[in-house]
Design a binder for this molecule. Structure first.
Ligand code: SAM
Length: 285
């Protein structure tokens, strides 16, 4: 039984980090004319109402999108990300300078697909998957798989385009989620070693992130870049303190660009962690 619902967390600092990264990777893929395929293994519902009971419970968007929505002169990547959020909101809401709706990763990606590109969305949850499917009904660029992320991923690799991005964004609710993820990632990479893979992971005291990094470092994969930051002090094992992303085969200059961007974003989202971000290659060429 899956209990995670992304609506509780929509627009949080994690989403801001993840979705800006996602947009940067997709924009890099758009630099070449040839088609790409975007695969979202844990797609969620696709879009979220920030006024819903779920989102209002902890108002997590106040740790993320709300902190930067009115930023003066943000970097171009942040400004474009804010425009992408505005695009899914009705005009009246935008005029009041607030956001009612927040796009999930599938909607951010959809905004950047060209007519030659494709998107494969995977979601296991029995409530979320039908919502996701109805959001993309009659959209021939989009295929929704209602089932397990890694079974669906394995069945669809390599995509026929031979170019593209896989976003892996699990809820980390089950104990061995990192192990399952590592095995699936290594298997996927063996089938499609030239694809870009972006994996989100939590920075939280009780999560085995160093082991996850070690396992990937020693698995034979190449070109793995991580970037991560905390927004609150990491003092409680069960409290999410920060956000990390691991990118395999990042596009040219991505590592420098994200490092530069985090110099602006991390102070903007910080609530007492007071630490600089960590940006490094786990494995280079
Ligand atoms: N990627 C989404 C976004 O950025 O808008 C958020 C995804 S949320 C963090 C994780 C999603 O994974 C949840 O919707 C959950 O139902 C789904 N999920 C959990 N286990 C799964 C599995 N084994 N296969 C596919 N989806 C799964």
């Amino acid at each position: 039984m899956l209990s995670y619902r992304h609506a509780f967390h929509a627009g949080s600092f994690v989403d801001v980090h993840k979705h800006i990264t996602l947009r940067m990777l997709l924009k890099a893929l758009r630099k070449k004319e040839s088609a790409f395929c975007y695969i979202d293994t844990h797609a969620g519902a696709g879009s979220y109402d920030l006024q819903s009971e779920y989102a209002q419970k902890n108002r997590e968007y106040e740790t993320g999108i709300s902190r930067i929505a009115a930023a003066e002169d943000p970097p171009a990547e942040v400004a474009e990300y804010l425009e992408a959020v505005k695009a899914v909101n009705p005009r009246k809401v935008k005029e009041r300078g607030e956001f009612r709706y927040y796009p999930g990763s599938p909607l951010f990606a959809k905004q950047l697909l060209r007519k030659q590109d494709r998107m494969l969305l995977m979601e296991l949850h029995n409530t979320e998957a039908p919502i996701l499917r109805s959001g993309f009904r009659d959209d021939r660029q989009v295929t929704v798989f209602h089932g397990d992320a890694f079974v669906s991923l394995n069945a669809n690799l390599p995509p026929k385009e031979r170019r593209g991005l896989v976003l892996i964004d699990p809820p980390y609710e089950i104990k061995n989620e990192f192990q399952v993820l590592t095995q699936a990632l290594v298997k996927a990479w063996r089938k499609w070693p030239t694809g870009i893979y972006a994996v989100w992971y939590p920075l939280q005291g009780n999560q085995p992130v160093p082991q996850f990094h070690y396992d990937l470092r020693t698995a034979g994969l190449r070109r793995i870049f991580i970037h991560e930051f905390s927004v609150i002090p990491d003092t409680e094992p069960n409290r999410l303190a920060g956000t990390g992303m691991l990118v395999i085969n990042p596009p040219w200059h991505f590592s420098e660009e994200i490092e530069a961007l985090l110099k602006w974003l991390v102070p903007a989202l910080d609530r007492g962690a007071g630490r600089p971000p960590r940006c490094e290659w786990l494995v280079s060429e």
